[in-house]
Structure formats: structure tokens, C-alpha cells
Design a protein around this ligand. Structure first.
Ligand code: SAH
Length: 218
């Protein structure tokens, strides 16, 4: 056990338990998602200096002008995508620190996550290795192109806001699949896109605040 895991003892498990109770009061109902949030140590994904705030319901800076999403929004997006069903293969655009990818790894068989900022990609790779999250595969690329070579996906989550749905991603959603993303510029709305045999159905869910999606690699 290394130093960063020292806090995984009772203290952080209790703190995580309190986070999960708070998620329940905030309306998260999916027990599979709540169990996943209870299982993943969030503090290893943030700077040690911010460790005491890791389980607060806030987003926190992770460097490179990016943030780790607040626990509520991570749980909410996964709950919406899962919709109580089984997930085989899922795609995340915007790995950031890798926290949401780790939570996804608890609810889906295979997780693919793409990040455009190389130092974040490297750090997330190290954190997920530390957690032995072997079903989570990261790549360093512009995620708006998706992963056509391994599509289709049962679920797609975008962790950065776009003004329109990237066309490439729509095509990589399986029939019966669900995509969850923040849409909009100043005013963003969490949006669900469901694909059925006739096409795509879009539902607008709740106001959110995400960093913008950017193109190219950095
Ligand atoms: N999923 C993270 C949140 C990451 S914040 C969590 O667990 O908290 C959003 C991330 O999306 C940032 O790291 C940003 O660099 C990344 N991003 C923005 N545009 C992107 C793109 N086109 N391709 C891949 N990643 C992108």
C-alpha cells in the first residue's frame, strides 16, 4: 500500500459513505451507481493539497484549466445513461483526471475514454493503474471523432460542453444506446440522446456548467 492509499482506510470510506448518502438526498436512485460511487476513492484523483475537499459536492481544479466534475453530476450522468440496464461498451469524451472513467468501470464491462491534454491523459493513466481498473482504456486524442474502430457503444458520455452534438459520435451510438452530454455555450443543458431503429430522440434535462469541448490535441 503506498502513501496515497493511506487515506483509503476507515476515514475515507466513511467520508465516501457520507457522500453517497448526500447523493441519495440529491435524488440519485440507481443502487448500482451509488455502489460504484461508494467503491471508487475520489481523493486519489485530486491534488493532495485538495484532498480534504475531495468528497465535497464541488468540482475542483485538476490543472490545465480543467476540473474534476462534482460527485452529483458524475452520478447523475451515469444514472441517466444506464437507465437501469446493463452496459457493455461505453465511451467517455474528456477523461480529465480519470475519476468518472473509474466510476464507469464499475458499472460497464468495457470503458473507453479519450482526453486531448497529454499531461492529464498520463496522470489519469497512472491513477487508473493504481486502482487496477483494467477494463478502462484511455487514449490521447481529440475525442470529437470518437473511437470508430471499436464502435458502436451502448452509452456515450461527454464530460465537456458542446454547442452541437458531434456527428461522428451519433453514428457510433448503438441502436438502443443512450448518450448524455452538456449542450450549449453560456447556458448549458444536460441532454439525453436515445437512438432507436427510427433515429434519435433528444431530451433536455437540467441546467449544468461544464468546461467547453475543444478541438485538436494539446
Ligand atoms: N471526466 C472528468 C471531467 C473532465 S473535465 C471527471 O471525471 O471529472 C473535461 C475534460 O474534457 C478536460 O480534461 C478536457 O481537456 C477534455 N476535453 C475537452 N475537449 C476534448 C476533446 N475534443 N477530446 C477529448 N477531451 C476533451
Amino acid at each position: 500500500m503506498n502513501v496515497r492509499h493511506a487515506g483509503i482506510g476507515m476515514t475515507s470510506q466513511r467520508t465516501r459513505g457520507r457522500m453517497v448518502e448526500r447523493l441519495r438526498t440529491q435524488g440519485i436512485r440507481d443502487e448500482v451507481v451509488l455502489a460504484a460511487m461508494n467503491a471508487v476513492p475520489r481523493h486519489i484523483f485530486v491534488d493532495e493539497a485538495l484532498g480534504t475537499r475531495a468528497y465535497d459536492d464541488v468540482s475542483l481544479p485538476i490543472g490545465h484549466a480543467q476540473t474534476i466534475s462534482q460527485p452529483y453530476i458524475v452520478a447523475r450522468m451515469i444514472e441517466i445513461m444506464r437507465n437501469g440496464g446493463q452496459l457493455n461498451r461505453v465511451l467517455e469524451i474528456g477523461t480529465g483526471c480519470g475519476y468518472q472513467a473509474a466510476v464507469l468501470g464499475q458499472v460497464a464491462c468495457e470503458v473507453y475514454s479519450v482526453e486531448r491534454i497529454q499531461p492529464l491523459y498520463k496522470r489519469a493513466t497512472a491513477s487508473l493503474q493504481e486502482l487496477k481498473a483494467r477494463n478502462v482504456v484511455l487514449s490521447y486524442a481529440d475525442g470529437t471523432m470518437g473511437r470508430p474502430e471499436i464502435a458502436p457503444f451502448d452509452g456515450i458520455i461527454m464530460a465537456a460542453a458542446a454547442t452541437h452534438v458531434p456527428q461522428a459520435l451519433l453514428g457510433q451510438l448503438a441502436v438502443g444506446g443512450r448518450m448524455v452530454l452538456p449542450l450549449g455555450a453560456q447556458e448549458q443543458v444536460l441532454t439525453l440522446i436515445e437512438r432507436d431503429e427510427n433515429g434519435y430522440i433528444e431530451s433536455r434535462l437540467e441546467a449544468v456548467k461544464f468546461v467547453p469541448i475543444l478541438t485538436g490535441k494539446a
